[in-house]
Design a protein around this ligand. Structure first.
Ligand code: CMP
Length: 140
């Protein structure tokens, strides 16, 4: 059975462009419940740790530098089949290849500045949620 939680981040560029409100509205309109949320800036070390799975990839250094360059929103979202449903809502990793109306198509400008992150599996949703939130910072 698939899980009902996923972890999202609204990335620095989207925060700077004042897209927090429109992106959260899309998330709510799509039927996700926000069960934890915080506004913070990752240190370079924290960004490296979050994206450690990508550390061998050529884009890793640029990605972690970008992700620690300004404030972000991190949130745990709840809905049946959350990981897959959220990935449908945000669209493909590359905004240029995202379906019309998806969050990345609307608010992303490049592979790096693709507006939001979404967990890619139930297992990673748990790991990523635990990265940002303690038990008392979540609704259950
Ligand atoms: P995200 O969902 O946050 O997960 C990993 C991130 O790496 C991804 O979104 C993109 O922002 C970034 N990414 C993935 N592939 C590439 C790539 N080929 N070049 C640059 N950045 C990438």
């Amino acid at each position: 059975m698939s899980g009902n939680k996923t972890l999202t981040m609204i990335k620095p560029f989207a925060v700077q462009k004042a897209y927090i409100g429109p992106i959260l509205a899309k998330i709510n309109e799509a039927g996700f419940k926000i069960i934890a949320m915080k506004y913070l800036q990752l240190s370079l070390e924290q960004a490296k740790s979050f994206y450690e799975v990508h550390k061998e990839r050529p884009f890793y250094n640029d990605l972690v530098t970008f992700m620690s360059s300004g404030p972000i929103i991190a949130a745990i979202l709840e809905k049946d089949n959350a990981v897959e449903e959220y990935r449908k809502l945000i669209g493909a990793t590359d905004p240029a290849k995202s379906a019309q109306g998806t969050i990345r198509a609307l608010y992303g400008t490049s592979l790096e500045k693709n507006a939001v992150h979404g967990s890619d599996s139930d297992e990673n949703a748990i790991i990523e949620s635990d990265f940002f939130f303690s038990k008392i910072e979540r609704l259950f």
